[in-house]
Every structure is written in structure tokens, then in C-alpha cells.
Design a protein around this ligand. Structure first.
Ligand SMILES: Cc1cc2nc3c(=O)[nH]c(=O)nc-3n(C[C@H](O)[C@H](O)[C@H](O)COP(=O)(O)O)c2cc1C
Length: 168
């Protein structure tokens, strides 16, 4: 059966090894595209209807508010169906120790029963945080496999790790 890579990623201002830089493509998107080259899986970008601010501090404030209110931000679009997929690679940055809330919206939209969910998370030090626990809660019936944590600032060097993890 086919495999899907569904990911959230944000371009714009972000922290890289302690300093703020603006980037045209987010870290998780870079990892997701590498993973697509490795696996040949389909690719879907999870995009909130109202994008986060390009400004790092404003984005952190927005993300924190959403988390505190347990929000489910509306998404621009969804894949029509996940029926053809037996495996979903789920990519996201760590936001406040878990996934950005638009990823919660995405997971609750579908029934993952019987599917393998393989999470990969780019971050600046939190690792997978609470995200795997949250995925298990949001996708009852899914087989949530071991996640891959990628240091966001080193995403360009993540190919070997992605390959080994995806073949595991
Ligand atoms: C709103 C926000 C919250 C973040 N929270 C965390 C965090 O809790 N732990 C962490 O290690 N990194 C955190 N980061 C850093 C990102 O997880 C990291 O830079 C990631 O690679 C960004 O991925 P992206 O470019 O695909 O969006 C945060 C970044 C943002 C913008």
C-alpha cells in the first residue's frame, strides 16, 4: 500500500543555534522533502487557514495562546482520503514541547485505525517532547511507531538519520 508524508512547517523568522534568522523554507519541510526522495511517498503540507506570523516572537505568542486554549485552527485543505495509505509519516516542529495545534486538527479529522504513524519532529532541544503521547491520544487504533527527533539547525545533514529510521 501507499505511504503518505503529512507535515507542518513554517518559513520566516526562527531561532537557529541561539540567534534569529529568516528562512525561505522551514526545517520540517526540508526534512519532509528528503524523506520523500528516500521513500517515494506522497507529500501533503498541513497549512492553517490563517498562517502564523513571520515574526518569531509573535508566532510564539500565537502558538502559546492556541495551546493554552486547546484550539483546533482551521486548515486550508485536507487530503480527500487516507484509505490508500497504510503508513503516515507525520512531520512537525516542536511547538512548546508538542506539535503545533494545526497538526492536532489534522489528526482529529481522520480515522487512523490500523495505520502506522511514524512521527518526525524538528526542534531546538526538546526532542519529541509530549508529541508521541499526544498522537496516541488523538489517533486511537493507530500503531504509533518510534519517532525521529531532528535538530532543526542541522536539518541539512539529516538524510542518513531519515533513511535509517524510515527503513527501521
Ligand atoms: C512557536 C514556536 C515554538 C517553539 N517551541 C519549541 C520547543 O518547545 N522546543 C524546541 O526544542 N524548539 C521549539 N521551537 C523551535 C522549532 O521547533 C524548530 O526551529 C523547528 O525546526 C522549526 O521547524 P519549521 O522550520 O519546519 O517550522 C519553537 C519554534 C516556534 C516558532
Amino acid at each position: 500500500m501507499a505511504k503518505l508524508i503529512a507535515y507542518f512547517s513554517r518559513a520566516g523568522e526562527n531561532y537557529f543555534n541561539g540567534s534569529i534568522r529568516s528562512v525561505p523554507v522551514g526545517n520540517t519541510e526540508i526534512a519532509a522533502k528528503k524523506l520523500q526522495e528516500i521513500t517515494g511517498a506522497d507529500l501533503f503540507k498541513i497549512e492553517p487557514l490563517h498562517p502564523y506570523s513571520d515574526d518569531y516572537k509573535e508566532c510564539v505568542a500565537q502558538a502559546r495562546d492556541e495551546m493554552q486554549s486547546d484550539a483546533r485552527p482551521e486548515l486550508k485543505a485536507y487530503p480527500e482520503s487516507l484509505d490508500e495509505y497504510d503508513t503516515v509519516y507525520l512531520g512537525y516542529p516542536s511547538y512548546c514541547g508538542t506539535m503545533p495545534m494545526p497538526v492536532f486538527t489534522f489528526l482529529e479529522h481522520f480515522d487512523f485505525t490500523g495505520k502506522a504513524v511514524k512521527p518526525f519532529c524538528t526542534n531546538e532541544g526538546s526532542g519529541m517532547g509530549r508529541s508521541e503521547q499526544d498522537i496516541r491520544r488523538l489517533c486511537p487504533g493507530a500503531k504509533v511507531e518510534k519517532g525521529l527527533s531532528i535538530h532543526g539547525s542541522d536539518v541539512e545533514e539529516s538524510e542518513d538519520a531519515l533513511r535509517a529510521w524510515s527503513e527501521d
